[in-house]
Design a protein around this ligand. Structure first.
Ligand code: C5J
Length: 222
């Protein structure tokens, strides 16, 4: 079986049982005027991973590796948004408020859309999720089962919030997860670094990490 050179050790690359997971590459997190900026963050940091993620998505599409996208968003009536999530911290714009890209983190609004540079292609699954993790209150688990997937390449934003939560949820369900270092980003560089360390510590207690170059190398050979 092909392997990806990864940390803390090589990662199996079972063609046909692998999926690329792209977490929350939405305008609300990545562009000025959205949810991320309303929380006081510098959103330009997240834009830096877009070219590497574009290349990885193109390589996966060419190799027939399915891509599953997620979007963190809520119903327009906010019935799936707990007040604890909406009110905590008193942000300048709360979930459901109207900002420059429509209502913040509401399904169907411009800000909740995936950025155009990483737009899903027809036939790719897009999971709308009300939580930080992609398994909570979504068909994500059923989708992975339907596709026969056992190994997940994890990417997207933010590393220590929705990406890490989803990776931990997946790990608990028996998936083998690899976090792609140059295809994930945080508003806080030290949180990204800590997440990479904690994922691969203790013999890969949550999973693996590797740069996208290692994945391209293996995709080309497989
Ligand atoms: C956050 C996310 N950071 N997608 N969401 O609130 O990580």
């Amino acid at each position: 079986m092909p392997m990806i050179r990864a940390a803390p050790f090589d990662y199996d690359f079972p063609t046909g049982r692998l999926a690329l997971i792209v977490i929350d590459m939405q305008r609300d997190f990545i562009e000025p005027g959205g949810f991320g900026e309303s929380l006081g963050n510098d959103v330009s940091r997240l834009q830096a991973i877009v070219p590497a993620l574009q290349d990885l998505m193109a390589a996966c599409r060419a190799a027939g590796v399915p891509i599953i996208h997620t979007r963190e968003c809520h119903r327009p009536d906010l019935s799936d948004c707990p007040p604890a999530k909406r009110d905590r911290g008193g942000p300048a714009l709360r979930i459901g408020d109207t900002g420059p890209m429509g209502r913040i983190l509401i399904a169907g609004e411009p800000g909740a859309e995936i950025i155009s540079a990483l737009a899903p292609e027809p036939g790719e699954v897009v999971i709308d999720k009300p939580g930080k993790g992609a398994f909570y209150a979504t068909p994500f688990a059923d989708t992975l089962t339907r596709l026969g997937v056992t190994h997940l390449l994890m990417t997207g934003v933010t590393t220590e919030v929705c990406v890490q939560t989803t990776m931990r949820e997946a790990n608990d369900r028996g998936f083998e997860c690899l976090l792609v270092e140059d295809c994930t980003e945080s508003y806080f560089p030290e949180f990204k670094a800590a997440t990479l360390e904690m994922v691969r510590a203790q013999g890969g207690i949550v999973g693996w990490t590797a740069m996208s170059a290692q994945i391209f190398e293996t995709l080309e050979k497989s």
